[in-house]
Design a protein around this ligand. Structure first.
Ligand code: ADP
Ligand code: MG
Length: 327
């Protein structure tokens, strides 16, 4: 469960202001803790709108259980085509394009791999990793989102072992959708954070929204960043979900090429104009590893990125360094 926030929300504004502080609300949705910060005088309808939008996104994009994507996955696994909403078809088009651009480091085709590792459950207990034979078979011929045909609203695939998991894209997308809903309803200011996927609407009493990027190995904040209206920041961290076995720890950010947790990094944060893209780019950069992460993020449209390696070394791209304020 991603209950420990990846990013620390700071309760301080930049400018001096006499206005009352914004009010923070917490929701449990998308299998994670979502923090909704709204102006003190926002009416209750805004919070209700955010919650409704996030729950609709959860129902549409969750790979397992009852929702729309889960039903489509079950049809594909039976070897049948699936008819989906325009929204889900568009989501899969977007995710597939990002997957190709990332060289398959972000690949929603990992559903069966996520299941084999037990990360499709919120409460993966300690226990052995998948057996070596299963992982070798995965590596030999992994099902990729590339094996999905999207023809209008109809999904089909020749591979019955293709199980789509939008977990690395959907929290960012859900925040995008909630932000758009708020904007359409006339809201002028909000900060929405689904664990490590955060987007800003407007500003806070005339000063930009400011968020802190958490130290992946400590309790503190590495640096703080301002977000312009409509900007998003996402962090993928190895501490967010995992389990231990035989003295080793395994986390939920899987390298589709090896079938195992990606090595070398503790966290990656990236800034982008869309929450879904920030979310997927952070995952792709994490999988790319310490040497390629910043270049991968830049190539995918996020020149502002910050990483922390497994050994605790910090590296920021010049674009991010220029707008960061150390605590
Ligand atoms: P978090 O969910 O902690 O914010 P991410 O956004 O990086 O982290 O998403 C991780 C989730 O995405 C995993 O729980 C799994 O469901 C899925 N996933 C893991 N590895 C990959 C990958 N390489 N490409 C696409 N999805 C992945
Ligand atoms: Mg992600």
């Amino acid at each position: 469960v991603t209950a420990r926030g990846l990013i620390v929300l700071l309760g301080i504004g930049l400018g001096a202001c006499s206005a009352p502080p914004p009010a923070r609300h917490e929701l449990y949705v998308l299998h994670t803790l979502v923090t909704v910060t709204l102006p003190d005088d926002a009416d209750g309808a805004q919070l209700a709108l955010v919650e409704r939008t996030l729950r609709a996104a959860e129902a549409r994009y969750t790979a397992w259980g009852e929702g729309e994507l889960a039903r489509a996955n079950a049809a594909l696994a039976r070897g049948e085509p699936a008819t989906v909403s325009r929204e889900l078809a568009a989501a899969l088009q977007d995710a597939r394009a990002l997957s190709v651009a990332s060289g398959g480091r972000f690949d929603p085709g990992v559903g069966r791999l996520v299941e084999a590792w037990g990360f499709h459950r919120d409460d993966r207990a300690d226990g052995p990793p998948p057996d070596a034979t299963w992982l070798a078979a995965w590596r030999a011929d992994p099902p990729r989102i590339h094996a999905l045909t999207i023809d209008g609203a109809t999904l089909s695939s020749a591979r019955r072992d293709l199980w789509l998991d939008l977990g690395a894209w959907a929290k960012g997308r859900a925040v995008d959708e909630a932000l758009t809903a708020l904007r359409t309803a006339g809201a002028r200011s909000a900060l929405l954070a689904a664990a490590g996927d955060i987007c800003a609407l407007g500003d806070k009493h005339g000063a930009p929204w400011r968020v802190g990027i958490r130290d992946p190995r400590g309790a503190g904040v590495l640096t703080t960043i301002t977000l312009a209206d409509g900007e998003c920041i996402s962090t993928s961290g190895d501490y967010e979900r995992g389990f231990g076995w035989a003295g080793a720890r395994y986390h939920h950010l899987l390298d589709p090429a090896t079938g195992e947790p990606a090595r070398g990094l503790a966290s990656v944060s990236v800034i982008a104009r869309h929450g879904a893209h920030a979310d997927a780019i952070a995952t792709a950069a994490f999988v790319a590893g310490p040497e390629a992460a910043l270049a991968t993020a830049a190539m995918l449209g996020s020149p502002a990125a910050l990483l922390v390696t497994s050994s605790g070394e910090q590296r920021a791209s010049p674009t991010l360094a220029a707008r960061a304020t150390p605590p």
